[in-house]
Unconditional design. Sequence first.
Length: 104
Amino acid sequence: MNKIKKGDTVVVLSGKDKGRSGTVLEMITKTDRVLVQGVNMVKRHTKQSQETEGGIIAKEASLHISNLALADPKDGKATRVGIKTNDDGKRVRFAKRSGDLIDG
């Protein structure tokens, strides 16, 4: 079971965006990289096409998963993630900082 999934709120631990948080947009499991909304923004020069307008476009670049931590549901600070089984026998993620369940 992955510790971080698409749709989770994460906090950046290192790099130019240290301390910022955002929602996971995409997981790139082959290279262990993650796209986070509004974090690690870069400018890309794009050529005009029928679908898109050309020009300089700001978009998210990927971050390595080791530079991210899940945000605690209680206070939004970085926390480690544990995995336990609930009453139904289903595996769920929980925040080690507060003990709250992440998967509900």
